[in-house]
Design a protein around this ligand. Sequence first.
Ligand code: HAM
Length: 438
Amino acid sequence: MTYQAPPGTYDLLPERAQVFNSIRQSAFELFGRYGYLPIETPVFEQLDVFVRGIGDATDVIGKEMYLVLSQHALAKLAQGGKAPEVSSILALRPEQTAGVARAVVQHQLASPGGAPVKLVYAGPMFRHEHPQKGRYREFRQIGVECLGAAEPSADAEVIIMLMRFFAELGIPRDRMRLLLNSMGDDSCRPAYRQQIQDYILAHAGDLCAECVRRADSNPLRAFDCKNPGCQTIMADAPLIADVLCDECRTHYDAVRAYLDAADIDYEEAPRLVRGLDYYTRTVFEVQVTEGLGAQNAIGGGGRYDRLIEDFGGKPTPGLGFAVGFERIWLVLESLEALKSANFELGAPRVFLATVENAARPLAFELARQLRDAGISAELDHQARSLKSQFKLADRLKAAFVAILGPDELADGKLTLRDMATREESLLALTDIVERLRA
Ligand code: HAM
């Protein structure tokens, strides 16, 4: 029997794993400059955390959740036992905002009126979607959540930080569209939702069955339907921008003013609704114009001023975003930006080559000293000939090869070859660490 990674998942082999680490590190450094501190939450949570946070009428909850069943629960079910209590059903996280909100409430991290709590995370998320380029069942997100700030400057800060992140990764500005909308709040959205529901029912004959079915539970999702007929009908549907209440309008205008002042180009996207129910007011998404096909969103987020209360916390406004690592990878690959020196792909600084077996213990000891001094070093563990050690050093892209030959060693020396220039120099064994540190 041969084993394969499950459909929609893949192995992060070393090259890609290093790019992920490097992107993650850049994100944590950049977001750290804005005050974000790392948080890790469990990869699985009570199912109810996601249902409550994301909303049971969304595709993510309604269709895409992976439930986690213990051996014990499975055996009980197989014996015709009762279905498990709802509170004991666990699920893999489809995103991390809900888990972070749960943790913030559980540990009382945010206090009303206190300074915002700013958190950054990175890790795998799971959604049972139809796999295709840029859409996986296990994928990796890097995200931030800022809890406690209601002012529009907080929205603008988060969006500016997101765009700065993509710029630092080397994605050209003209390859990206930043879409911006306001989803309204509890005072203006219900009436808008009703308007859309009425609009869908009035056009039921021309819309797909799924849009009509969801008219009741989640009418705004009709804006995201991929069916061309539905898109034509929804293009004429009422827009939220026309019915925002005064507070939401003022907030939205202030976010735009901050972005304008910071020279951030955005497009107003009055039909951008996003697929998660917790959003209030500002929502945004960054899409790339080439290289990703239909799955062109490399990041998205928004404000969720009710979420912490929904988890039983004190009223605490919040907002954040998440970016998709795999989609960023695909974009960088299409730009050939991965080949640039931005990503340290782990070539050793020096390869220690021995001419005779007797020198192996010395090579072993020198490698230890170099690594302890913070210099990456590699050596042969398979008694290769000198020629194959050089081949290996070449393949590993070692910057230098240190040759431990009997004549040099008799004088307490070694030969150091610069693999780029082919220049060789004789060096005291005791000087190698200092020389390679330079
Ligand atoms: P989201 O838009 O569902 O938002 O996901 C954010 C990003 O994750 C997407 O823009 C995309 O790059 C990536 N992504 C989503 N699904 C997949 C998939 N199946 N395969 C590959 N990449 C995917 C959220 O998850 C929110 N929690 C963001 C947020 C944080 N809002 C407020 N705070």
